[in-house]
Write a protein that binds this ligand. Structure first.
Ligand SMILES: [Fe+2]
Length: 188
């Protein structure tokens, strides 16, 4: 009697494990990137949108390790209390004035040149309480994948939103040129 042909072995399905996210880059490096972007406004200034009907953040650059956004704020605009999930952040105001409010109710006035350095898990809100528009550069590492929003009265978690990654406005080669140290030194 012939031996039955060996049946192919079905392997166990791959567990549905999401790919590991990179660790946040050091806050000092995120701040340096934000400062470098601020040095070359001709590359991004025309992209900033100050729309009184809603904030329209622009995703300027993105790599696996970090992303850069520029955000225009008209009078009265704010986010709402939120965190940045597992991402660290640097926020640099380039024009106008913003106010950061944290979980304890402390307020920080942010003038042009002022930089926020935020570790993962920080809960805060950012507002433009002035009559004039403001602009800020935001660097997140790793790129934002989810944010939790909090009740503005109780600051208790309200909802967690997963974020789809938009294509960055500036292409890779343009971004690399923008951040080249020689370019930053030449501008300073
Ligand atoms: Fe934030």
């Amino acid at each position: 009697m012939l031996a039955p042909a060996a049946l192919p072995q079905l392997s166990d399905p791959e567990p549905d494990v999401p790919p590991a996210r990179p660790e946040p880059l050091p806050l000092g490096l995120l701040a340096d990137i934000a400062a470098g972007i601020a040095e070359v406004p001709e590359s991004w200034r025309h992209l900033v949108c100050h729309d009184p009907s809603q904030r329209r953040p622009v995703r300027l650059l993105a790599t696996e390790a970090y992303e850069v956004w520029v955000i225009g704020w008209t009078s009265g605009q704010h986010v709402r209390p939120h965190d940045h999930g597992g991402s660290a952040a640097a926020v640099l105001v380039t024009e106008g004035e913003l106010v950061e409010v944290n979980l304890l109710g402390n307020r920080r006035r942010l003038l042009p040149g002022n930089m926020l350095r935020l570790g993962p898990g920080v809960v805060h809100d950012v507002l433009n309480r002035e009559d004039t528009p403001a602009t800020s550069i935001h660097v997140y590492s790793p790129p934002l994948s989810q944010m939790t929003y909090y009740d503005p009265d109780t600051w208790q978690p309200d909802e967690t939103v997963r974020l789809e990654h938009e294509s960055p406005v500036l292409s890779g080669w343009h971004g690399a040129n923008l951040l080249h140290p020689a370019r930053v030194r030449a501008a300073s």
